[in-house]
Design a protein around this ligand. Structure first.
Ligand code: HEM
Length: 450
């Protein structure tokens, strides 16, 4: 994008000199290697040029990251940097808002995601996981990802959308799956880049694809508004329906639709991928898996919590977050020009040897020795934009992993841990976390006495 400031108001730091198209190709094909190379060559701060994404200034020093996360949100716009999501999420989406509109919407949406509330979802999460695990065929190598995806989708439909009836769950699941698959296709991404998100949002094809999904969501909102037990319900939609803006007004149907889509898109593929990474890491570290099983069997969850945190450190699902600079700003000792996207890099920060001892090792114990730092463990971003579902996602990961290791024996399908590939915006395991499962002795049918 054009830089509206004269160069004296800041310069982008050095970075690879390859043309934008080549940098884009490397970013798409081998993103992690591209970031590693750039960090090796240029250090804590460097500039990448990615097609249609403007200029990204990567930062990975904790002090610079802290500066961005605690900086004035009016000058560091995340919503503007996320505009590519507009066609699917809609203009009310929390992810796309900035300034007062963002703060007002976030204030309404925070309470349902408060850490304490998560315990109320535990039974649903465990039931959904146990049923999916029960259907998992034994003895053959299978990617964990589709099962994890099915679990996280159903968990969101039940706990966030608050749908309980099996026929409605099935209908909603079908339309959500097909519109998400449609939006994630690389061809669509290319068209989005070409036309720009605002024009795509207005086009008929998109409306046709999203139409059935929107219809069901609006129907759910209408039904719930009139539900006699609304005040007693604990799902996120029911809580949002009862929330009020500062002026006493309630959220409109359009706002609720956009936020439900946002929670679905932000919450289900990320959590499923994080779970697939956890299984990839656990099955390639038998001593960690063994300790986890012992602690889960003893109904302890401190080590389980450390396993989740270490997975999100070493295998972060989202590699970076973005903030568009509205004015020139000094960050990490450099004056950066307005208009660039500053990118606190989760992936690089989590692999720093000056922050983490032996950073490439999968060692959950490190989080038993020292709790994660606000500006050094950032899988959920930070500041006023920190992931709304951070407690939800970690809680869900713990519940699902607990169900898994207590019911199944799991082992790796191949000797090496999986590579990272980029799927839409997430870093995912190249084979979807391929593992082999067997029912644990306690889970098998009791032998029939002869
Ligand atoms: C392992 C799973 C997840 C990961 C790694 C993850 C990561 C992130 C990251 C990196 C951000 C951007 C933060 C920033 O810009 O500083 C974010 C934002 C967000 N996430 Fe998550 N997320 C996960 C699960 C969830 C879940 C389960 C939900 C809800 C059900 C959710 C809802 C959101 C929302 C609404 C935002 C936007 C917050 C805002 O702009 O104010 N996420 N997430």
């Amino acid at each position: 994008m054009p830089n509206p400031q004269p160069p004296s108001r800041g310069l982008t730091p050095p970075g690879p000199r390859a043309p934008r198209a080549l940098q884009t190709a490397r970013w798409i094909a081998r993103p992690a290697a591209f970031l590693d190379d750039a960090a090796r060559r240029y250090g804590d701060t460097f500039t990448l040029k990615i097609a249609n994404e403007g200029t990204w200034v990567f930062i990975s020093h904790p002090d610079a990251v802290k500066q961005v996360f605690t900086g004035d949100p009016r000058l560091l716009h995340a919503g503007e940097a996320n505009v590519v999501l507009l066609p699917v999420l809609g203009s009310h989406s929390l992810l796309l808002l900035d300034d007062e509109a963002h703060m007002a919407q976030r204030k309404l949406m925070l309470p349902p995601f408060h850490g304490e509330r998560m315990r109320g979802y535990e039974e649903t999460m465990a039931d959904v996981a146990a049923r999916a695990i029960g259907r998992w065929p034994s003895g053959e190598p299978l990617p964990a990802w589709p099962t994890m995806q099915a679990i996280t989708l159903e968990v969101i439909m039940r706990t966030v959308f608050g749908v309980r009836e099996s026929d409605r769950l099935e209908r909603l699941g079908d339309v959500l799956r097909s519109s998400l698959a449609w939006a994630a296709e690389p061809r669509r991404m290319a068209r989005l880049a070409l036309l720009g998100p605002r024009r795509v949002a207005e086009r008929g094809t998109l409306r046709k694809v999203l139409g059935p999904t929107d219809e069901l969501i609006y129907e759910e909102i209408r039904r719930r508004r009139g539900a006699p037990d609304l005040a007693d319900r604990t799902d996120v939609l029911s809580l949002l329906l009862q929330a009020r803006h500062d002026d006493g007004s309630e959220m409109s149907d359009a706002e609720l639709r956009d936020e439900l889509m946002t929670l679905l898109v932000a919450g289900h593929e990320t959590s499923a991928t994080a779970l697939a990474w956890a299984l990839d890491a656990l099955t390639h570290h038998p001593a960690v898996l063994q300790r986890l099983r012992e602690e889960v069997d003893a109904e302890q969850d401190t080590y389980l919590d450390a396993v989740v945190k270490e997975t999100l450190r070493l295998r972060p699902v989202i590699a970076l977050v973005l903030r568009r600079l509205i004015e020139p700003m000094e960050i990490g000792g450099r004056m950066l020009p307005a208009g660039v996207n500053v990118a606190p890099c989760i992936y690089l920060l989590h692999r720093r040897a000056d922050v983490y001892d032996n950073p490439r090792a999968f060692r959950p114990e490190r989080f038993l020795e020292r709790p994660p730092g606000t500006y050094t463990w950032i899988p959920f971003g930070g500041g006023v934009r920190r992931c709304l579902g951070a407690s939800f996602a970690q809680f869900e990961m713990k519940v699902v992993l607990r169900e898994l290791v207590s019911r199944l024996d799991i082992r790796a399908a191949r000797p090496q841990p999986e590579r990272r590939i980029r799927r839409a915006i997430v870093f995912a395991p190249s084979r979807g976390g391929e593992i082999v499962v067997e029912r644990r002795a306690s889970e098998r049918e009791p032998a029939v006495a002869a």
